[in-house]
Each structure stands twice: as C-alpha cells, then as structure tokens.
Write a protein that binds this ligand. Structure first.
Ligand SMILES: [Zn+2]
Length: 217
C-alpha cells in the first residue's frame, strides 16, 4: 500500500520576510504529511499555517541556499525534528552568511547544515508520489527545480515574466537559460510554476510571454 497515492497533493503559498520569498507547503490532503520548501523567514507564520492546516512536516527542501530562502530552516527543523535537503552546489551556503548573501544585507543568516544532498535526477518518494529533482543552476550553483505531478517549484531560476538574477557570485545566465530550456520548457504547457518570489504561472504562459525565453522552444 506504500506506493498508493494518497489524497490530492496540494500546494499552499506563504510569502515571508522582507523580500517576500515564497515558502511552499506541499501536502497530501488525506494524511496531512507535508514538505516545507524554502522556509525563508517568519518561522512563526509558517508554523501557524502548518498548525491551521493540521500538517505533519516530514522534510525541509531548499530550492537554493540564499539567505532569504533558508532563514527559518533551523526553527522548523527544531520544531518538527525533520531533515534539511539541498543540492550539493548550495549546501555550503547554508552555514555561511557571506556565501548565502545575507551578510551583504546586514542580517547574517545561518541554517543548520544539510542532512540530505539532492542530485539532478533524484526522486524523493512522498506519499505515493515522486518529487523529481532537476538541477537548474545559474542563479546559484546548486539551484534546483522540484516537480510533483503538474506542480513545478522553480526557486529563483524562473519567475512569472522573468528569470533569476545572474549578477551574483556563482551566477551564470547561460547556465540558467540552459537549465530552464532543458528541464522546464520541456514540460507540458499546463504544468503550474510556483516561483521563489511573486505569483504563480504556467509553463505555457512563460513559453509564450516570458521575454527571456523567446525563441528557445
Ligand atoms: Zn536567490
């Protein structure tokens, strides 16, 4: 029965912190098990949402290691005793305020270290579903995009109508566009995109209207 899909998979969005980073709660409507993606700040607010939805968090996943996406990792990890997963390329950012750029903003942020390293092509079993991991570097070296069914979490690789900043240490616009082409534009138009900041969109909408992606696919 382990592999029987549970109820529906739902995605709740909580913008947190001064940069309004999107923390996502991905959960099964049946047994309430949840993944907490990018608990960037405002641990109390995230905790309240978890409690209101009666969720049971099982893992924290960071789409990348920048300070505005990891600020409440420690708070949520401690509260629920759950592991933190991130790509190897960004794991060092968790514990280094200079590398995760929070030192630049004058508010040094550290997270507990990674418990689990995610690689391109990894599949994390979650309540009868698979969370697929795609390496989409370019905004940061270890940026990942997560797919669960028709939901796609792109972190700061791709936004509605834009792409992630590539003027940061370890950034590369060529790399970013290649990852988007290979792992995101290859998906069906109706896949819903949940970016690291700002409103949701779809693969089809970005394929057609995102000015950075014109002529790519
Ligand atoms: Zn970022």
């Amino acid at each position: 029965m382990e592999n029987t899909p549970c109820g529906e998979i739902r995605v709740d969005i909580l913008p947190v912190g001064p940069l309004q980073s999107n923390c996502y709660l991905i959960y099964c409507t049946e047994n309430r098990k949840a993944l907490v993606v990018d608990p960037g700040d405002e641990g109390d607010k995230i905790l309240r949402a978890i409690q209101q939805l009666r969720l049971v968090p099982v893992m924290i996943i960071n789409t990348h290691g920048h300070g505005d996406h990891i600020g409440a990792n420690g708070f949520i990890k401690e509260r629920f005793q759950i592991p933190i997963a991130i790509h190897a390329g960004d794991a060092p950012l968790l514990t280094d305020p200079a590398a995760n750029l929070s030192a630049w903003m004058g508010l040094p942020i550290v997270s507990p270290p990674a418990d689990q390293i995610l690689c391109d092509g990894a599949a994390i079993p979650f309540e009868g579903n698979m969370v697929e991991v795609f390496h989409t570097p370019g905004h940061s070296p270890g940026g990942i995009t997560l797919r669960i069914g028709h939901h796609l979490l792109t972190g700061d690789a791709l936004f509605k109508g834009s792409i992630g900043r590539t003027d940061l240490p370890g950034s590369s616009q060529a790399q970013l566009l290649e990852g988007i082409r290979r792992h995101i534009l290859s998906l069906p138009d109706d896949v819903i995109i949940y970016p690291g900041h700002g409103p949701s969109t779809t693969v089809g909408e970005e394929r057609r209207y995102n000015p950075f992606l014109q002529g790519m696919a």
